[in-house]
Design a protein around this ligand. Sequence first.
Ligand SMILES: Cc1ncc(COP(=O)(O)O)c(C=O)c1O
Length: 374
Amino acid sequence: MADKILLSPPDMAGTELDYIKEAFDTNWIAPVGPHVDAFEEELATYVGAKYAVAVSSGTAGLHLALLAAGVGEGDVVFCQSFTFAASVNPVLYQKAIPVLIDSDCNTWNMSVAALELAFKTRKPKAVIVTHIYGQAADMARIKQLCDANNALLIEDACESLGTTYAGKQTGTIGDIGVYSFNGNKIITTSGGGMIVTDKKEWADQIKYLSQQAKSTTPHYLHETVGYNYRLSNVLAGIGRAQLTTLDDKIKKRRAAFAKYQQAFHGTEVEMMPVDQNGVTSNRWLSVILIPDKKPHDLMHFLAKENIESRLVWNPMHQQPFLKDIDFVKIEDKAVSDELFQSGLCLPSGSQLQKEEQERIIYLIKKYFRAGGEE
Ligand SMILES: Cc1ncc(COP(=O)(O)O)c(C=O)c1O
């Protein structure tokens, strides 16, 4: 049996241990230290943001973004339905009210028409838009709607570090952006996240809240409730090494996407949308849509061949924990439901070998030639 081909495994730059050693040599084994400061500066420079705050996860980052935006009990927050639960959970941590918005079939992200409809009857304090699988949302129109309705725009850019939209990095187009460095992301610190913003007041507040809201007084003074959300200096070292290879990783993931696209062209297998005008996706994951709407079957077939694939996100409006939450859609059949019924994420890692990808393509074509039978 061939070695297992994973969906999106960590891809080490090779210099991570040097950074870790430096943290050990200097004894900065803490959620503070020179690697944390440098990682923030380097990432802010990379994405073109004024401020960056390193945190323990993307989820913690989204929670702090909501706190900075002043979202509290009873406030309405619009969220994309086609996303991971971590986009919505922080809204509930704040006892705020999520309203779920369907996707657009051209971007798979928040539908502008559904968003417009949602704004007609509600006044949200913030909108969290996700750039799913690294694909940018229609930010110009979403931002315009948020501005017109006085809603803050938070970008869940957890999957889209390095994706550019009209010359800007996703995460820096709205008011606050959040990246994740979870083990399966385009760069990883094993677990971690980063919040970016151009507003100093928010960056300061986020840092303060992430460190238990401890005042700078010599005695312990806490004016408000705080959180232990800072990134470890050891992990920030891993992030610094990883960041030096981000461009290369994007290039490789884009090449894998292009290869799938070329291979499935003219077949019954549809690829996720191509980049819209002015967008260059990081292609975190390559996703296909399967004609018979049985992605489970293909997933099991590939698993037997030692190939990991994964169903796309089951939309939030289908989740039991959000069953009483409003869902706004334009189409009769929700676009996010359609995507869930036919989407499958294929191995997309930056270390995916040419022969491995050829084998995946060969097997998928063979599967469909056999009429979807194993
Ligand atoms: C869209 C999305 N939002 C939020 C998160 C949460 O990030 P983390 O796992 O770092 O908490 C993830 C990834 O896990 C994600 O894919």
